[in-house]
Design a protein around this ligand. Structure first.
Ligand code: PLP
Length: 343
C-alpha cells in the first residue's frame, strides 16, 4: 500500500489550476445574478447547476452514512472510471490491472486513455486470483479494478481478500460495488478511513432504478475526491438529474431489492431443472450467469421469443454462458415459459 497518494498522481494533474466557475469566487448574499451569461428569464432550467451538487450530496451522505468530503458524484460510474485513468495514469507509460471476466468499461476507458490494461483471469470457480493479480503489477501499475459482486459472473469476493489486495498493491484499488445492494456482504465504504489508496464505486443505475438519469458515486479519501472534483467537467451533473435523483431517493429501496432477490433464487432453481442448462452460477447481484449446451443457439431462440439476454458465450471462462437480468415476476415467468418450450 502506498499512503503517499500524491506520488501516484500524474504530474500534469498535480500542476493543474482548475476552471473556476462564475459562482465559485464570491460566497456572500446576492440578489441579482449577472455573472454567468445565463438567460434571466425563468423556465426552471435557465441557471447553471451547482458544480458541487451540495443538496444531493447532503441527502446521499445521510443514506450512505459517509461525509460529503469523501463523496464524488459522476455522470454514471463510467465518469468515475474514466477519471481514475485521467488522474493516475500517464498515457503510453503506466498500466492498470483488472480481473477478467469483468465489466467492459475498465478496458474501454483504458484504451481511450492509451493505458495498457493487464487482465488477470479469475480462478475457474470465479474466485479471486490474489497472487496472480499482484504478480501482474510492476512499478507502472497505478490502478487495480475489482468488481464485487462481479459482472458478468455474479459472485462477490470476501472483504478480507479484497483488503489484502488493497494492502499489498502499490497503487489505487478501485472496488466497483454497482451491485452491492443485492448482496449480503458489507460494502467496503466502511474501510475508507483505514486505506488511503481505496476507491469504492457505487451507482444509482441498478438497485435504485435510475439508469436513465446517469448518476454514479465514488467514495474515497478527501485527497482523491478533491482531485476528482478538480478534473471533472464543472457541470457534470445536470440540474434535471440533481432534482430527480434527490426526489427518487425518498422512495424506499428494500421492497424492490427483496423482490429481485426472491425472484433470483426462484429463477436459479428453475434454471437448474432444464437438461440443456449445464451450470447455474450463484449470484449476489440482480442477474444470473448460466451455462447451456449451446449458448448461441439458446440466445437466438430467446430472441425469436422477443426476449433479449446478454450473450457471454465468447468470453473467457464463460463459454456457452448467458447472463440473464432478473425482471418483474411476470417477465421472469415469460422467460421460464420460453425455456420450457425450447427443444
Ligand atoms: C452497470 C454497471 C455499472 C454502472 O454504470 P453507470 O455508468 O453508473 O450506469 C458500473 N459497474 C458495473 C460493474 C456495472 O455492471
Amino acid at each position: 500500500m502506498k499512503s503517499d497518494i500524491k506520488a501516484l498522481i500524474r504530474p500534469n494533474i498535480l500542476a493543474l489550476s482548475p476552471y473556476s466557475t462564475a459562482r465559485d469566487e464570491y460566497k456572500g448574499k446576492i440578489g441579482v445574478f449577472l455573472d454567468a451569461n445565463e438567460s434571466p428569464f425563468e423556465n426552471g432550467y435557465n441557471r447553471y447547476p451547482d458544480p458541487r451538487q451540495l443538496t444531493l450530496k447532503k441527502r446521499l451522505s445521510e443514506i450512505k452514512r459517509l461525509p460529503i468530503e469523501n463523496m464524488f458524484i459522476g455522470n454514471g460510474s463510467d465518469e468515475a472510471i474514466d477519471l481514475m485513468f485521467r488522474i493516475f495514469c500517464i498515457p503510453g507509460e503506466d498500466n492498470a490491472i483488472a480481473i477478467a471476466p469483468s465489466y467492459g468499461m475498465y478496458e474501454v476507458s483504458a484504451a481511450i486513455n492509451d493505458v495498457e490494461m493487464r487482465k488477470v483471469l479469475l480462478n475457474r470457480d470465479f474466485s479471486l486470483p490474489t497472487d496472480a493479480l499482484l504478480k501482474a503489477a510492476d512499478s507502472n501499475s497505478k490502478l487495480l479494478f475489482i468488481c464485487s459482486p462481479n459482472n458478468p459472473t455474479g459472485n462477490s469476493f470476501e472483504v478480507d481478500e479484497i483488503l489484502t489486495l488493497v494492502k499489498k498493491f502499490d497503487g489505487i484499488v478501485v472496488v466497483d460495488e454497482a451491485y452491492i445492494d443485492f448482496s449480503n456482504k458489507e460494502s467496503l465504504t466502511g474501510k475508507l478511513s483505514d486505506y488511503p489508496n481505496l476507491v469504492v464505486l457505487q451507482t444509482m443505475s441498478k438497485a435504485w432504478g435510475m439508469a436513465g438519469l446517469r448518476c454514479g458515486l465514488a467514495f474515497a479519501s478527501k485527497e482523491i475526491i478533491d482531485y476528482m472534483n478538480m478534473v471533472k467537467y464543472p457541470y457534470n451533473i445536470n440540474l434535471s438529474t440533481i432534482e430527480k435523483v434527490t426526489k427518487l431517493l425518498d422512495e424506499p429501496l428494500d421492497e424492490h431489492v427483496n423482490t429481485i432477490k426472491v425472484e433470483r433464487e426462484n429463477m436459479s432453481r428453475r434454471l437448474k431443472d432444464f437438461e440443456f442448462v449445464k451450470e447455474v452460477y450463484p449470484s449476489d447481484s440482480n442477474f444470473i450467469l448460466f451455462k447451456s449446451d449451446d449458448g448461441d443457439a439458446l440466445y437466438n431462440y430467446l430472441i425469436g421469443r422477443e426476449i433479449i439476454v446478454r450473450n457471454r458465450s465468447r468470453v473467457a471462462l464463460c463459454e456457452n454462458c448467458l447472463r440473464l437480468t432478473i425482471g418483474t415476476p411476470e417477465e421472469n415467468k415469460r422467460v421460464i415459459e420460453a425455456l420450457e418450450n425450447y427443444k
